[in-house]
Design a protein around this ligand. Structure first.
Ligand SMILES: Nc1ncnc2c1ncn2[C@@H]1O[C@H](COP(=O)(O)OP(=O)(O)O)[C@@H](O)[C@H]1O
Ligand SMILES: [Mg+2]
Length: 230
């Protein structure tokens, strides 16, 4: 069969990583990005602070301002604005990231590694009785569905041992002690596991896997499932 649009490149693939704080998401995302580029693929790494729009300084500046509003906030401001506001602000950020960065890249044939999938936010809000779970799911429902989602599974205690330190956000602002981190992250993990039951995620128990083993396991899955050779 001949290609009806010979100038249109094959669509890029979107690959994302979910897991609790300290599971190794950023580590794996960076390795996959590097490996894809080393293998000659076109790939970008998209994270919390990706605000560069190719060749569009005005949009870049706008997205950068939104990023600052959403992520560079102090605790008193966060408290004053409240949970519903932050859910919608995060949804605004994810909406622009999807529309202005991810979708154009995929259409141009560039693969996208997304470090900060929104599922962790959903898991956080699922723990919060003040915000309806349906609302939280709805505001992210329009985002592009990744072609492959890795779920890095590890207990909160083991994740803490890897991280060493953590922020107030990573205890759900419940306290500053190790047990606060462990209690909160174990609830988030439980919510992620509920999501996992719906299917579609490639789940890896990374408790006893070093960085290289996690990477090679994920790289094999990219080849198997998306025919991307590394
Ligand atoms: N497989 C692994 N084994 C041991 N330590 C790891 C592994 N993967 C990542 N780490 C370390 O654990 C910490 C958290 O990793 P990171 O990738 O930042 O997690 P996340 O992005 O999920 O919060 C970092 O210090 C990182 O170097
Ligand atoms: Mg990270």
């Amino acid at each position: 069969m001949t290609n009806p649009h010979p100038a249109t490149p094959a669509r890029g693939r979107e690959i994302t990583v979910v897991g609790i704080d300290g599971a190794g998401k950023s580590t794996l995302a960076a390795r996959l990005h590097q490996a894809l580029n080393d293998a000659g693929h076109d790939a970008i790494l998209v994270g919390k602070h990706s605000t560069e729009m190719p060749m569009d300084t005005e949009l870049s500046a706008y997205v950068d301002r939104l990023n600052a509003l959403v992520y560079r906030r102090d605790a008193r401001v966060a408290q004053a604005c409240g949970d519903h506001y932050w859910l919608l602000a995060l949804a605004a950020w994810y909406t622009l990231q999807d529309k202005l960065v991810i979708q154009p890249a995929l259409a141009a044939g560039t693969h996208v590694i997304l470090d900060n999938a929104h599922h962790k936010i959903l898991a956080r809000y699922a723990v919060n009785p003040k915000v309806s779970t349906e609302l939280a799911e709805q505001v992210f429902a329009h985002l592009t569905e990744p072609d492959l989602t890795f779920f890095l599974r590890i207990s909160a205690r083991d994740a803490l041992a890897r991280k060493g330190e953590f922020s107030s956000l990573e205890t759900g602002h419940t306290g500053a002690g190790d047990e606060d981190f462990i209690h909160y992250q174990d609830i988030v993990l439980e919510k992620l596991r509920e999501h996992e039951q719906r299917g579609g995620w490639l789940s890896l128990d990374v408790t006893d896997m070093d960085r290289d083993t996690v990477f090679t396991t994920a790289a094999d899955a990219l080849t198997d499932r998306l025919q991307l050779t590394l």
